[in-house]
Design a protein around this ligand. Structure first.
Ligand code: BJW
Ligand code: ZN
Length: 255
């Protein structure tokens, strides 16, 4: 097991969080792009967050897709190639271990709930059993006309934009700005937050709503809040623990 001294940055009261995790029978973990950064998957914001000088706000919208579906698909096709080659890292794996440990405790109210904003599927590939994907899945396509939803794991799509069997344009099966989150996932995530003892928010800039609001929801219902991030986030001032450093070092160290 790794010692805290091995983590890249100083940890603020990590011992207290470790104790809270040891005692918890309910835990929600909310992850963002930062947890996959150490697998080589670029984040959206900050260093290396841009693709060909476009920001996610310029590409991840229905308007951008309507204007230039080929450009948007080029971005997704590039990201699918990067994700295809990536492997889950020590951070993803630590969350699998945490899920097992909490499941083994005397049954409490909530158990372990993993909520992700990521579309990369790396939590599933690491072995997490129940992943609530708030922003969809990059390996799904949805027909813009007939609505057919399919898994499409080809990298380097032959035709951009790809087309449905019905002949119409397919879009990525993800949630863009201005679109609503999948209702069932959102419902389960917010219910878990309303009854959890601890919420850990890992590798997200916490600027995109409603996902970022889950931390506030949990806190308002009495949960303690831990932030794990390389950089400060807007949630830090309300957190019980702010652990500054790489998720791939801090999460295993907490175990
Ligand atoms: C590390 C690390 C390491 C690096 N270790 N850490 C309330 C207030 C204001 C605005 C709104 C609001 N409610 C709704 C909105 C509008 C909008 C919104 O939030 N806008 C804000 C940007 C202002 N939200 C929406 O439109 C949402 N829909 C909605 O609200 O529906 C209801 C509605 C409908 C119609 C009208 C009105 C309301 C939908 C949001 C969908 C977001 N979609 C995307 C794309 C998904 C598909 C794809 O992947 O392509 O989701 S955008 C992009 O941002 C993606 C991400 O999931 C999301 C969050 O990004 P994330 O994960 O936080 O990544 P980064 O890059 O921002 O941060 C990485 C972090 O990691 C950094 O902090 C680093 O420091 C850290 N890090 N390496 C630890 N090794
Ligand atoms: Zn179709």
């Amino acid at each position: 097991m790794r010692d805290f001294a091995a983590a890249a940055q100083p940890l603020t009261d990590a011992g207290g969080l470790r104790e809270a995790l040891r005692a918890a029978t309910s835990l929600v973990v909310l992850t963002g792009a930062g947890i996959s950064a150490e697998s080589g998957v670029p984040t959206f914001r900050g260093t290396g967050g841009l693709w060909r000088n476009y920001s996610p706000e310029e590409l991840a919208t229905p308007e951008a897709f309507a204007r230039n579906p080929r450009l948007v698909w080029e971005w997704y096709d590039w990201r699918r190639q990067v994700i295809y080659q990536a492997q889950p890292n020590a951070g993803h794996q630590a969350l699998v271990e945490l899920e097992h440990r909490i499941a083994a405790r005397p049954p409490g109210e909530g158990g372990f709930t993993l909520v992700t904003q990521n579309v990369d599927g790396l939590h599933d590939r690491a072995g997490s059993r129940q992943v609530l994907k708030l922003h969809g899945d990059i390996w799904l396509t949805r027909c813009t006309v007939c609505g057919a939803l399919e898994r499409n794991e080809y990298v380097l799509l032959k035709e951009l934009p790809p087309r449905c069997r019905c002949g119409c344009v397919l879009r990525p099966g993800v949630v863009w700005f201005g679109e609503t989150l999948p209702a069932a996932e959102w419902e389960r995530a917010s219910q878990a937050c309303a009854r959890t003892q601890v919420i850990m928010v890992v590798g997200t800039s916490a600027v995109v709503y409603p996902a970022a609001g889950l931390a506030e929801l949990a806190r308002a219902a009495g949960a303690r809040l831990a932030i794990i991030n390389l950089e400060p986030t807007p949630l830090d001032s309300r957190a019980d623990w702010v652990l500054s450093g790489k998720a791939g070092a801090i999460l295993p160290a907490l175990l």
